[in-house]
Design a protein around this ligand. Sequence first.
Ligand SMILES: [Zn+2]
Length: 134
Amino acid sequence: MCRRPVMFQPPCIPPDHILTALREIFGERVEHVRIVERSWFAWLHGRACATTRRNTILLTGHAAAFWRDPDLILHEYFHVLRQWQTGRLTLWRYVAEWLRRGYRHNRFEIEARQFAAAHRERLGPLLDEKQRKH
Ligand SMILES: [Zn+2]
């Protein structure tokens, strides 16, 4: 799934039905979040297939695979909308938390996983439904 990155990659446009579903779930606008696929920056982060910054989700692989993964979509949008955007998550806080607790046990990751777990059953069928129509 994670392909080799390319140097300059313009943001890609999220499918409308996913934006609509995310707007319902988060109860706020989501259109401003940039999705960058095959990102060098995400690739350098190694382990994960995605990483986030303010208003941005950077993917190591292709966006098409991302849009099929409700858990990952919710997890990454949560980081952007509820952590970066609110100012709770900053690079320094993340690094401090990561040094203290590692990746799996840091509070930013725990919260994002919990949010994804709580909403994946709602988002999953919306993605499938749309795919069946094509
Ligand atoms: Zn995460």
